[in-house]
Design a protein around this ligand. Structure first.
Ligand SMILES: [Zn+2]
Length: 504
């Protein structure tokens, strides 16, 4: 077997990631299993690769130089990325988070399938960024109590946040975005479509309330002359909550070119706290200098284990709904939630759940095509919404399958029932498909489906009706049956035999 270091060397040369992963017939190794000597080699490699990556980007305001030193921490499967004392940026906010996330994504693309690391932390001369720039805590969960509560308890609110969007740069006096146009898409203007579709699923299929941090309205925001749906949460929430600047203008930074972007990041969790959202979902797309890396990743705020479970539920459900689509059967969803330190997550009321989903890589051409396609978006949105529902209902993510359909015997011209036992947590309505496998002579059999509208615990009861005008006619039938849920997730077919005896 290849050593981890040899594998990483190969990975960082030119071979495509997926091909190498296929050759590695062992599961990803956890850092604790990595011998010390190999760990040192891997760290040296990471230092070199991340140094190269960070030098491909401009320094942030305040940074003199960046010198990368990585440490794989065996105890907690964590990776520390130290940028050096001279890399302390002028402020802690959107720009430093973007740089840290960029380095983390590079590390993930290098370590993927070789070494399992669950969490990433950026430090500066060994210290957290908040050592230099103390974090302003979230002020008040000043929850909005004006909403009327229904008889059956308050509605469950989900805050759905589409990443980024136009914000105002008070220094250049321009409306700006910070994400690149890559493979024909810009993250800022793709995420609102995902947010719209997740919101629709949460409302229609899960009967939850949704509060969106950005809008999908197409009317024009006059100052920028852009449609409202392109504006950041900071700008949108200012228009919706003019009397609550503590949500959208929580920092005193109007003279910083990134000031409103920093406010924007904070506005999302502060808005979630304001509307008392039980769950928050932050939707992003990912970028990497390694254009071969693909697929879905999920993040939570470090030390929040309930959030890890919440993210895990969402990733597992996304794998189910995305791979249910024939075109995306091989779409990669990394089921392991990873932790980091994100303003979007950190400021969320810790008693509430928050997830950050990187749906795919806009830096990869095939992923970008999927991110722009309605079929992919529908499937991915269904998975995110389902993950939230499963977590809320205390259910696990398990494979949707038929466990049994017992054979039955009944009488001609008298309807009789049969049972379909299933496992999994399908989204209703569920369709029951039936297709004849064998049909006795003298009878006509055809393919058909019936719809079960309300959520039904296993087993589902269905009816058979053999109708015949021929006195004394009996028959034994074999059908294959399968279930398809509202998200397009299908069970494997299951065969059943039933007999209709001639009426006495
Ligand atoms: Zn993003």
């Amino acid at each position: 077997m290849k050593t981890v270091a040899a594998l990483l060397l190969a990975l960082t040369s030119s071979a495509p990631l997926s091909a190498l992963a296929d050759n590695l017939h062992t599961p990803a190794r956890r850092a604790p299993e990595l011998p010390t000597s190999e760990r040192a080699e891997v760290e040296t490699l990471l230092d070199r690769e991340l140094q190269q990556a960070v030098e491909s980007e401009p320094l942030l305001p305040g940074q003199k130089k960046v010198v990368i030193t990585t440490t794989l921490n065996p105890g907690n499967r964590e990776m520390l990325i130290d940028l050096g004392r001279d890399a302390v940026p002028a402020t802690a906010g959107a720009a430093s988070e973007r740089q840290c996330h960029f380095l983390m994504t590079e590390a993930i693309s290098i370590l993927k399938d070789a070494v399992r690391i669950d969490g990433y932390t950026c430090t500066y001369g060994g210290k957290d960024i908040f050592y230099y720039h103390p974090d302003l805590p979230a002020t008040t969960p000043a929850a909005d109590t004006t909403k009327e509560e229904r008889q059956d308890g308050p509605p469950v609110v989900v805050m759905v946040s589409a990443g980024h969007g136009y914000f105002y740069n008070g220094v250049s006096r321009q409306w700006e975005t910070r994400r690149p146009l890559m493979n024909g898409m810009r993250e800022d203007f793709v995420t609102p479509y995902f947010a719209r579709d997740v919101a629709a699923d949460l409302i229609n299929k899960s009967h939850m309330s949704v509060a969106k941090a950005r809008t999908n309205e197409a009317t024009i925001h006059a100052p920028s002359n852009q449609p409202w749906w392109r504006m950041s949460a900071r700008t949108w929430l200012e228009s919706q909550y003019p009397d609550n600047p503590e949500i959208w203008n929580s920092l005193n930074n109007d003279n910083d070119p990134d000031g409103h972007e920093d406010d924007d990041i904070r506005a999302r969790p502060l808005f979630a706290n304001h509307v008392n959202a039980s769950y928050s979902l932050h939707i992003h797309t990912n970028g990497s200098t390694n254009t071969s890396i693909r697929g879905t990743l999920g993040f939570y705020q470090r030390d929040r284990q309930d959030d890890a479970r919440f993210v895990a539920r969402m990733l597992c459900s996304m794998k189910e709904t995305i791979q249910a689509h024939p075109f995306y059967r091989n779409w990669s969803v990394d089921l392991q939630p990873r932790y980091g330190n994100y303003g979007e997550l950190r400021l969320t009321d810790p008693s509430k759940r928050a997830a950050l989903i990187e749906v795919g890589f806009h830096s990869n051409a095939q992923d970008a095509t999927a991110l722009k396609s309605e079929a992919f978006r529908t499937a991915a949105a269904a998975g995110m919404a389902k993950g939230i529902r499963l977590y809320h209902e205390g259910k696990n993510c398990e494979t949707f399958k038929i466990d049994s359909i017992p054979d039955v015997i009944g009488s001609v011209n008298t309807p009789f029932s049969y049972l379909i036992s299933y496992s999994g947590n399908p989204t209703y309505p569920v369709k029951v498909y039936s297709q004849p496998v064998s049909c006795p002579s003298g009878w006509s059999c055809s393919r058909f489906h019936r719809t079960v509208n309300s959520p039904t615990r296993s087993p589902i009861t269905q009816e058979i009706n053999c109708s015949s005008n021929n006195v004394g006619q009996s028959g034994t039938f074999r059908y294959k049956r399968w279930l398809v849920d509202a998200d397009g997730v299908s069970t494997a077919p299951f065969e059943q035999t039933y007999t209709c005896n001639a009426a006495m």
